[in-house]
Design a protein around this ligand. Structure first.
Ligand code: AMP
Ligand code: MG
Length: 422
């Protein structure tokens, strides 16, 4: 890839870098992403949240034996009268983990519990609710099917079957599934290393008092939280002053150690000039004004092998641009093959929303079920890009497309669910 190719691509089809549509920017970024190659072997418990780097092939049948799906009696179907009752003699019991060892002869049956291995020569299980016992003599009603209430060996998973594919995000269900196959260790992608720092002379870190005109650096905390949730290995590089030499040092150090570098601040019109100049020397970076609100300025590119994301400084813009561009990109770099995009669903908007056509807006919403069980969404209060409280109150983004104008209450809108992320 050359600097020209990234710039060329971002201007392809006459896309204006001063009004770049959200979907186009996402597409351009994703064209530059190749998953990291490194892998490591880990114990399955340590694989929670990681990305599988091999296909998992079942080494056994699950279940390993034909077994009962019910508590009842294991019988030979041919012993049952086609019409009317049958009485069979019970000669023993099969429990889960304690198979019946004897031989089942004519007109005999075995008491069987769920999960127990089906005794040899039996082929059908009758639920205990359909039987009545008189000592060892068990009376069954009519109308049974051969093979009923039986789980076949390999019914869940057969030997040699691909159970999980490379790129799978490992969740509790996958841990259990691998344990059910007796697999103790698997190969996962190594963790993605992501370095981040804040830029701004006005920023102070928590713990030091504020002087006039200073503010606390909150972006490093939201970015830290969002990266942790994604399972990245985070490298917090602190606050970097708005001066070219400090920025250059920080960028070079970050790009040398991390797979991706995220900065906040310093990409807006007034400030971007020296960061632009710096990045054009260090790597291949494009600066866009995205046709979105909040979160207009965004820089993306490469510094050496590292992917660079220059996010705007406003705290809400940071979170919105992270969820719209960075999150998906990092998941792809981590090797994830599915469940990458955040889920989008439709809900009735309970609030009147102010919106001018021309930009995609990501208003902060609160999604809830109304009395009838239908999903409705209302907007959090003030929508300013500096009001982080709106993100804290929200559990979704209300996505209003570029062409959309004001929204009347009762309109169906798209929402991107953030629950568990914000
Ligand atoms: P900038 O994009 O650097 O012009 O910043 C835009 C606004 O976001 C300014 O009001 C900054 O003070 C504020 N800001 C920038 N970085 C941070 C940060 N790390 N934490 C909180 N606010 C920030
Ligand atoms: Mg700044």
């Amino acid at each position: 890839m050359t600097a020209k190719s990234l710039r060329e691509m971002s201007c392809a089809d006459d896309y204006d870098p001063d009004s770049m549509p959200v979907a186009k920017a996402r597409e351009i970024i994703q064209a530059y992403l190749t998953p990291i190659a490194g892998t490591e072997k880990v114990n399955i418990r340590a694989a929670l949240g990681r990305v599988l780097a091999e296909d998992i092939i079942s080494p056994i049948n699950v279940p390993s034996h034909v077994n009962s799906a019910m508590d009842g009696y294991a019988v030979r179907f041919k012993d049952l009268n086609a019409h009317g009752e049958t009485v069979l003699r019970m000669i023993g019991t099969a429990l889960a983990g304690k198979p019946f060892q004897g031989k089942v002869g004519d007109k005999q049956c075995v008491r069987i519990m769920t999960g127990a291995v089906l005794p040899e020569r039996t082929d059908t299980v009758i639920m205990q609710e359909h039987a009545s016992a008189d000592g060892q003599n068990i009376r069954f009603g009519g109308a049974h099917k051969q093979g009923q209430n039986i789980r076949q060996a390999g019914e869940d998973l057969a030997i040699g079957q691909v159970v999980l594919k490379t790129g799978k995000h490992i969740r509790p269900a996958e841990l259990g599934l691998m344990a059910s196959l007796g697999i103790a260790e698997i190969t996962v992608r190594r963790r993605l290393r992501v370095a981040f720092f804040s830029t701004g002379d006005e920023l102070r870190s928590v713990g030091s008092p504020l002087e006039e005109g200073q503010i606390y650096d909150s972006n490093r905390y939201t970015i830290y939280g969002m990266l942790n949730r994604l399972g990245a290995e985070v490298l917090d590089m602190g606050v970097v002053k708005d001066d070219p030499a400090s920025l250059e040092r920080a960028l070079i150090e970050a790009a040398a150690t991390a797979d991706a570098v995220i900065t906040s601040g310093g990409v807006s019109v007034g400030e971007a000039d020296y960061i632009k100049e710096l990045l054009s020397r260090l790597g291949e970076v494009v600066f866009w004004k995205i046709a979105m609100k909040p979160g207009r300025p965004l820089a993306y590119g490469k510094i050496g092998k590292s992917h660079f994301f220059g996010l705007p400084g406003n705290p809400v813009s940071v979170m919105v641009t992270f969820y719209q561009f960075v999150r998906d990109a990092l998941l792809i770099l981590m090797g994830r093959k599915e469940d990458i995009a955040l889920p989008v669903l439709k809900a009735t908007c309970a609030s009147a929303l102010k919106k001018a056509p021309g930009r995609t807006e990501f208003q902060r919403g609160i999604l809830s079920q109304d009395a009838n069980g239908a999903w409705s969404v209302r907007v959090t209060g003030e929508q300013g890009s500096g009001i982080l409280r709106s993100m804290s109150e929200a559990n979704c983004f209300i996505i209003l497309p570029e062409t959309q104008g004001n929204v009347a209450p009762g309109t169906l809108v798209e929402v991107q669910v953030l629950d568990g992320l914000v």
